[in-house]
Write a protein that binds this ligand. Structure first.
Ligand code: SIN
Ligand code: MN
Length: 293
């Protein structure tokens, strides 16, 4: 899939692109069928909601689950970002967010690049999120909300929230969020929430300010996020476990477009279990570790 000049212009202006119903029901079924077994696993890579058994985020399934390993190489998700950056990409982060019915908690207002810079020392914002809905997303089940154009501000001051939810996040202060929303049009388009059927895809800039509310509806809102980073922009610090911030900077090679429906072979390096090294972290930059070795 190639982006048109109109889509490129829109992406520059608004910081996101929405593709309703891009994947078919058959393609989505293959992914959905794999989720319950992944969420049932008692592993570090399943982060549960605060005070609940519901999975908030499953990390790194592309390393141990075949359908998601194929999704991680899907040309409809990966090629547009390759075109935007004009460079090979590696997988910085891969997550299946639950936002389960009645249980899914909020994601505070944040920029992803804020976390990637502060925690992982990613040099620039040349990384992008591509999300795909595994459930229908409506106004009730906690759709992702964006402040259009907020990516143009670059990196915004953020504070590290370690307590609101079960997952630490660098969050944007409410006063600044109010100003950004006002600048984006206030009540007239200052916040948007793309909604659509399972199989819809969103591509959004790593500096776009976004959030989602809790899910008080009876409908799950499972979505998959690929965070794709230009290879030259790889992270410089392994402060977070490898299942959250990947350390393999090998360029992604796309599979054919029908890869969710045909069993193309894929590597599953963590199929037999996550290596102990994935839990080893360091506050030092990688080059400092390499020099000391
Ligand atoms: C995220 O911002 O990384 C996830 C937000 C969501 O799934 O609602
Ligand atoms: Mn985010």
């Amino acid at each position: 899939m190639r982006l048109t000049p109109q889509q490129l212009e829109r992406f520059d202006r608004e910081g996101y692109l929405f593709f309703p119903g891009l994947f078919s029901a058959d393609e989505i079924r293959v992914l959905n069928e794999a989720v319950p077994e992944l969420y049932a696993r008692r592993e570090a890579y399943n982060v549960r909601e605060k005070g609940s058994e519901a999975v908030r985020t499953n990390f790194a399934a592309h390393l141990y689950c075949e359908p998601f390993a194929r999704l991680a190489r899907h040309p409809r998700m990966v090629r547009p970002v390759m075109d935007l950056f004009g460079e090979a990409l590696y997988m910085h982060q891969f997550k299946i967010n639950g936002k389960m019915a009645f249980e899914g908690d909020v994601w505070q207002w944040h920029q992803d690049y804020g976390t990637w810079l502060n925690d992982d020392m990613m040099p620039t914002e040349r990384a992008m999120n591509v999300a795909i809905f595994l459930d229908d997303v409506n106004e009730f089940n906690g759709p992702l909300m964006f402040i259009p154009g907020s990516h143009q501000r670059g990196v915004i001051d953020a504070s590290h929230d370690l307590s609101t939810t079960s997952y630490p996040l660098w969050v944007v202060d409410p006063g600044l969020v109010s100003k950004l929303v006002e600048r984006a049009g206030g009540k007239d388009g200052g916040i948007v929430a793309p909604k659509g059927p399972a199989g819809s895809m969103i591509l959004f800039h790593s500096c776009l300010v976004h959030a989602s509310t809790s899910n008080l509806s009876p409908w799950n809102r499972v979505s998959v996020y690929l965070s794709l980073c230009a290879v030259s922009n790889h992270i410089r610090r392994f402060k977070r476990p490898e299942y959250i911030a990947h350390r393999d900077f090998t360029p992604i090679e796309c599979l054919p477009d029908d890869c969710l429906l045909k069993p193309y072979p894929v590597d599953l390096p963590w199929k037999a279990g996550m290596p102990a090294s994935a839990l080893v972290t360091s506050p030092e930059p990688i080059d400092a570790i390499q020099q000391a070795a």
